[in-house]
Design a protein around this ligand. Sequence first.
Ligand SMILES: Nc1ncnc2c1ncn2[C@@H]1O[C@H](COP(=O)(O)OP(=O)(O)OP(=O)(O)O)[C@@H](O)[C@H]1O
Length: 306
Amino acid sequence: MTEPAIDVSGLVKRFDGRTVVDHVSMRVEQGEIAGFLGPNGSGKTTTIRVMCGLLTADEGHGRVLGHDLRKRHLIKREIGYMTQRFSLYEDLTIAENLAFVAGLYGLNPVQSFVRDTLADLGLTARRDQLAGTLSGGWKQRLALAACVMHNPRLLLLDEPTAGVDPKARREFWDEIHLRAENGLTVLVSTHYMDEAERCHRINYISYGRLVASGTVADVLAKAGLTTWVLEGPNTPDAAKLLAGKPGVDEVTHFGTTLHVVGRDAAALKRSVADAVQATGVQGQPADTTLEDAFIRFMADGQDNMQ
Ligand SMILES: Nc1ncnc2c1ncn2[C@@H]1O[C@H](COP(=O)(O)OP(=O)(O)OP(=O)(O)O)[C@@H](O)[C@H]1O
C-alpha cells in the first residue's frame, strides 16, 4: 500500500478565538482528485493553507506527502498551490509570466523550463503575446501550468475556475484528469456541482466541520434523501401547498418542474400524494442530486450552530 498524499486528523484552526476549522480529518490517496466543497466561509481555504504549510494548525496532526505536517518547509517544496483569484501579470507576455514563476521556484535553467511548459501547452508560437490578451480559459490553463512547472506531487487548487465559462471549465478539468492519470494528486475546492461530480471523492465542510466524504454515491447515501419531481400547469400551487408539510424539507423550482426533497420518505410520499390530488400535477420519484444533498448538509450545519 502506498502512503496517502494527505492524511490529517483532528485539524483545528482558530482566528481570534473563533474556530474556523473544527477537528477536520481527511485522507486523499495518491493520484486521486479530491473535491472540497462547502458554503462560503466554511473553512476550505484555511484547511488548504494548513495542508500546504502556509498556516500552522492549533491542534491536530498528520502527514502530507509523507512529511509530518510540522515540516512545513519540506511540504512546500513538493506542492503546487493555486490561490483563489490567482492571476498572471496581464502586462507581461506569456513567456515572461512563466519565467517569473520559474524564478520564484528557483528552477534552473529558467528558459528551458519556460520552453518545455510552452511546448506542453501548445503556446510556443504565442510566447510573446501579452497574458492579458488570452481568453479566460487559456489564462486558467497557463496559471495551472505555472503552478506545476516545478513538478509538484500534490496540487492544491482553491476555486480555480470561478467565473470561467463552461467550455473552458471542462477543458481545465480534462487537463486536471490528464495530470492525475500521470500520478499527480489534486485537492480542489469548488462551488460547481458538475465539478464535484468529476472528482474521484468529495469532502463537504460546513461551519468548519467535515460532514461528509466519499464518492458522490457515498455522499448521496449519507444525505439519506428522497426526491420527487412534480410536473404540470399547477406546480406553483403545489409548491405553496407543500411548503412546511410533513416530510418536506426543500421545495425547489427547476424550470417547469418542482423538486420536492425530504429525509422522511414515508411522510414525504404522503404529502406529495396530497398535493398531487389537490392540484392535478403529476409526481414521480427521482434521483436526488448532489446539490440537494449539500443544501441539506448546510441546513443541518445551521441547526447545529443554534
Ligand atoms: N487570517 C484570518 N484572520 C481572521 N479570520 C480569517 C482569516 N482567514 C479566514 N478567516 C475567516 O475564517 C472563516 C473561514 O474562511 P475560509 O476562507 O477558510 O472559508 P472558505 O470555505 O474558503 O470560503 P469561500 O468559499 O468563501 O472561499 C471565514 O469566516 C473567514 O472570514
